[in-house]
Write a protein that binds this ligand. Structure first.
Ligand code: GLA
Length: 368
């Protein structure tokens, strides 16, 4: 077991394309971003984990021999410990401080960053390693089973497997991955945090997942081979419309068209066709707003405002929605005026302080 202090860095993730398709087996295309959490740790002789989260001023601890729900952020760490134990990885205690530049509950995956970061810490102390996919699946199980949120595999894989200057094209049905060069040259992605609370986010998220499962059951009468919505094509939509309720059809139409947009976005990125990428991002937002109904008035305002600004090629909500962030593809020379004007105008509309960051694609989580 290492004697000395060590640091783990886990970035947030930005979902560039592929909204609410991961749990339908579709492709997603995230990047890891420079907003991150860092864990400054040292081994703890006692069999306990003790952490201080600096930004929120909270201490939390647990014994590795007694993993009980605490209904706080420490449950993400405990969930990871439970899953590592299941794999037979020997667990050692540690203590230290978590510093974060990644806003919590903002749709940039601070919880998955904490899961993947602590998985790497436990593995480092055990002198063991897992592949990025194994780590991601383990952390997803921790969130599904211990924390109780039925998230897909997007966030944890992005944080474990992204590489600098690349977007990760992940096929969630097979876990096949491709790193696509992400060099936007004269353009950049700007992330805007709406600051609006994400009320009901996890119950509405679980509800959307359940709707997709229900739609598959009904559609199996017409499409007997169907296991996941990713197996449908846009051409199948007219037949799907005949057997689904109006609401379920809208949910399915979002998933099927978003899978198509994500595939086209990956090609656009490879061809450096940023105009097309921007159009596809616009299409994603409209579909998440109208068909999947996971936007909010703040997110719609931010997207509508962004689309009117000079140099903007596209804008959409990112992450699960119901609050959180938008992402805008914009010409670099217009970023200063965008970032200057947005907070004032948004505050007039919402009374809330927005935050904006220009982001690049960085490496996923690692022990420094
Ligand atoms: C959240 C979930 C992911 C994914 C996105 C929506 O971030 O954790 O699994 O479903 O929402 O694309």
């Amino acid at each position: 077991m290492p004697e000395s202090t060590f640091t783990v860095c886990a970035p947030g993730r930005l979902s560039v394309m592929g909204g609410h398709v991961d749990y339908n087996g579709g492709p997603v295309m995230p990047i890891a971003i420079p907003l991150n959490i860092t864990l400054h740790l040292e081994p703890h002789a006692a069999n306990t984990v003790e952490l201080y989260a600096e930004e929120i001023g909270q201490h939390a601890q647990f014994s590795l021999d007694d993993l009980q729900h605490q209904h706080s952020w420490i449950d993400y760490v405990q969930g990871v410990a439970v899953e590592l134990k299941e794999l037979g990885i020997p667990l050692h205690g540690f203590r230290g401080t978590i510093k974060s530049t990644l806003p919590m509950a903002a749709g940039l995956s601070s919880s998955a960053a904490l899961e993947v970061g602590t998985a790497l810490a436990f593995l480092h102390l055990a002198n063991e390693s897992l592949s990025a996919v194994e780590t991601a699946l383990l952390c997803q199980r921790a969130e599904n089973k211990f924390v109780g949120v039925q998230c897909g595999i997007l966030d944890q894989t992005a944080i474990a497997a992204c590489t600098a200057d690349h977007a990760l094209l992940l096929h969630c049905n097979t876990m096949e991955m491709e790193q696509i060069p992400f060099r936007l040259e004269q353009h950049a992605m700007v992330v805007t945090y709406s600051g609006a609370p994400r009320e009901l986010a996890s119950s509405a998220y679980n509800d959307r997942r359940a709707s997709c499962g229900k739609a598959v059951e009904i559609l199996q009468k017409e499409f007997p081979y169907l296991h996941q919505l990713c197996e449908l094509n846009p051409d199948d939509l007219p037949l799907a419309q005949k057997v689904l309720s109006a609401l379920l059809f809208k949910r399915v139409r979002h998933v099927v068209t978003e899978i198509d947009r994500t595939k086209r976005a990956a090609i656009a990125l490879k061809n450096n066709d940023l105009k097309l990428l921007g159009n596809l991002m616009d299409g994603t937002h409209n579909s998440l707003r109208d068909d999947y109904e996971v936007s909010s008035k703040e997110l719609n305002w931010l997207v509508d405002w962004a689309r009117k600004q000079s140099g903007v090629l596209g804008s959409r909500l990112t992450g699960a929605g119901f609050g959180g962030c938008t992402v805008t593809l914009i010409e670099k020379e217009f970023i200063p005026q965008f970032i200057h004007a947005l907070p004032m105008e948004y505050k007039q509309f919402s009374g809330i302080d927005a935050k904006c960051w220009e982001v690049t694609a960085v490496d996923g989580a690692r022990v420094l």
